[in-house]
Design a protein around this ligand. Sequence first.
Ligand code: DAH
Length: 338
Amino acid sequence: MSVDLNQIKVELVEALENAENLRALDEIRVAFRGQKGKITLLSKSIKDVAPENRASFGKDINELKDLADSLIEKRKTELFEKEVEQQLESEWIDVTISKKDQKGHLHPLTQIQNRIEDIFTSMGFIVLDGPETESEYNNFEALNIPKDHPARDMQDTFWTTDGNLLRTHTSCIQVRGMKKLKPPFKVIAPGRVFRYEAIDASHENTFYQVEGMVVDKEISVANLISSMRTLLREVFEKDVKVRLRPGYFPFVEPGFELDISCLICGGSGCSVCKQSGWVELLPCGLVHPNVLKAGGIDPNEYSGFAFGLGLNRLVMMKYGINDIRHFQSGDLRFVRQF
Ligand code: DAH
């Protein structure tokens, strides 16, 4: 082998030893075996070799090519295995850890909703459901809120393109219940509701309510208050300070706001209770005769009470959660606390 060929062989072996990864190896391959690589250029110089030496030069250069190819291939295998090993080392996953961690549980809203369903079913109520997209009639008109009634502004509405809406409250399930059931009846209807509202610590555009309705002969405010007392005692498992004040809702007469003393700040004022020390939790009242009529019930024979519990607020009070936005954040650090 000529000096040149030997020199190239030494250079190649040294370069291959120093190659640290497949990319570096490919650069070496190009530098020696590429179109302008050292070995290729040398093989082209055969024309400058004296004719009597050409045969042996050609043989030597072919041997060098074969040698170079096999050395490069060998190094490639080594480096490939090394890279796979490094990858396995750095990207390994302990499948048993994720399994241990995957055990989930019910969202706090669902837990308390289930609790409320238990409390009411033990008092003889049945649980009703309704669709989240509702007709304008069920959400407003049948509840004594005709078009152009100022009370419509109390609930900013998401309208769907077909003239329906995302229910702004669970009260529309009252309408469905009255059509389905013959009085006397006692129902609750938990569900998700939607308002086209700006969001802050105490307002969400998507939240949960539990509607309640009792229709029977001679239902009075006393029945209403005693049921609300039972509910609060059972949910909070302690005495909470409440106050009842007049409230206006077109579907009840008289209507009330039942507030509880804010359990986040102990009544001293915070962002959740808007510094008032009180939280509106349970608006309620005696069912308006127009609502009974729209539901096909004779208001001269029957009366009823209804309430619309704000479930998110109740859960916030129970667990001391100071921001309603946590519920939908999807943040597991929040959910795992319950
Ligand atoms: N639907 C009302 C709202 O979302 C809450 C409400 C008030 C429901 C009084 C009732 C009720 O059943 O009697 O603002």
